[in-house]
Design a protein around this ligand. Structure first.
Ligand code: HEM
Length: 426
């Protein structure tokens, strides 16, 4: 594949970008993608350099997200546009908060919620996480015993992280069904895949309903605090400004958690299980060995980075790896491409559960925006795969003739279906 013929937005490349990434890393590690007016960065050293240089490469890329929404809006029929405009008019505006801010503003929000992800809090929550995992393993086992197979994504990979993030945020039991639906819809917006008009309106309506639920909960926790994230956001003051967070700020932060907090972890469960089916010899090797399971999870993250990439805004005329960039341009950091760079990882396309420095993978980003939820995600994945391997033998695709495929998506990478069989351990 020659660099000039590479189109990262081609349907097949969106599903399987790795050959294109390889060509880009070798031939043009910063590549202009005209379709979205982005300069795509694929080499590990350059991605890392740009993430660390927050003064030159800013996280104020809200314009990218807005532009993507505008493209979908422009493609919709006039009556759909009218409904979308009406719904948008009723939304509470959400200012940039954590993900799309630079220091020092970024820190003032991040420090409010950091306490929930310190090692002691993560450790204390372990029994609760384990209980969620055990509950879903029972469901998987029942499915396989009754039907001979199970849909691993629907029965385990999706519900485990959704239940755990819902608990952390403090979503009441009687609103869980709606929350699960709304959080899944919000994540699907980040796939940037075109939707039919009805689906766009449904997603916008759900986003509005979700805002209303979150505002209701923020107000309720101001009256009656609990121990969850909504309570922290509802009752914390921004020190320098000596004021509570606005509804818009609370919603903005909660939205980031409810999207980032489940879809990415679900996705890693899916890809990890597929790797176990494709490399069956790993199952016995990993079973009962927490250290190897840990490396296995890092490798699953490295090989199929659930966040394939995120943008940065260029703040001054500069260069990256000798490639000129102008102030105001957007670059796109491809974590998924950096993680398969053979300049950094030997045999990058292979899973190696003995890999030294497997943790150097960039699936969680790096620097000031390094994923705040990484300790929780790692806990879920490590406990999850240990429990799965203890509960079953011979994990395999339910239909060996079907190759599970990623959804065509530019930002998030996930596996929508994984029909699975295994032999439950009695
Ligand atoms: C396998 C699972 C996960 C992956 C691969 C992942 C990936 C990422 C990445 C790449 C970033 C950096 C963004 C940047 O460079 O601008 C990030 C940030 C973030 N993640 Fe995660 N994430 C995961 C799980 C979670 C979980 C479980 C939570 C919540 C509990 C979470 C919440 C966040 C938040 C709030 C940010 C923004 C942090 C900031 O801007 O300071 N993530 N994540």
């Amino acid at each position: 594949m020659s660099e000039t013929t590479i189109n990262l937005f081609d349907h097949q490349t969106l599903k399987d970008p790795y050959t294109a990434y390889q060509a880009l890393r070798d031939e043009q590690p910063v590549h202009y993608a005209a379709a979205m007016n982005l300069h795509v960065v694929t080499r590990y050293d350059l991605v890392r350099q740009a993430i660390k240089d927050t003064k030159t490469f800013s996280s104020r890329y809200d314009q990218f997200l807005l532009a993507s929404q505008e493209i979908m809006f422009a493609q919709a029929a006039p009556e759909v546009q009218q409904k979308l405009t009406e719904l948008a008019g009723r939304m509470v505006p959400t200012p940039p908060t954590m993900l799309t801010l630079d220091e020092p503003d970024h820190t003032k929000y991040r420090s409010l919620v950091n306490q929930l992800f310190v090692a002691s809090r993560i450790k204390a929550a372990q029994p609760a996480v384990q209980a969620v995992i055990d509950g879903r393993i029972e469901a998987l086992t029942e499915d396989v015993t009754t039907n001979g197979s199970t849909n691993f994504i629907r029965t385990f990979a999706d519900p485990v992280p959704l239940r755990i993030i819902g608990d952390r945020l403090g979503i009441p039991e009687d609103r869980r069904e709606f929350f699960d639906h709304a959080a899944t819809q919000a994540a699907s917006a980040l796939r940037l895949t075109p939707l039919a008009g009805d689906a766009l309106v449904e997603r916008a309506q759900t986003a509005l309903d979700l805002q209303q639920l979150l505002i209701e909960l923020v107000e309720a926790r101001r009256v009656k605090p609990d121990e969850d994230m909504i309570t922290i956001l509802a009752n914390s003051k921004l020190e320098e400004e000596d004021r509570y967070l606005t509804h818009g700020e609370c919603i903005g932060i909660l939205n980031q958690f409810l999207v980032a907090g489940h879809e990415t972890t679900s996705s890693t469960f899916g890809w990890g299980m597929l790797l176990l089916c494709q490399n069956p010899e790993l199952q016995d090797e990993l079973r009962g060995n927490d250290k190897l399971i840990k490396t296995f999870c890092e490798e699953a993250l490295r090989l199929e980075s659930p966040v394939q990439g995120l943008p940065r805004l260029v703040t001054r005329d500069t260069e990256l790896g000798g490639y000129p960039l102008k102030q105001g341009e957007l670059i796109m950091l491809r974590y998924g491409a950096a993680n398969r760079d053979e300049r950094q990882f030997e045999n990058p396309d292979e899973i190696d559960v003995h890999r030294h420095q497997a943790g150097a993978q960039l699936a969680f980003g790096a620097g000031v925006h390094f994923c705040i939820g990484a300790p929780l995600a790692r806990q879920e994945l490590n406990l999850g795969f240990a429990a799965l391997l203890a509960a079953g033998r011979n994990f395999r695709l339910a239909d060996a003739g079907i190759k599970p495929e990623s959804e065509a998506s530019f930002i998030l990478r996930n596996l929508p279906e994984l029909p699975l069989s295994f032999d439950p351990v009695r």
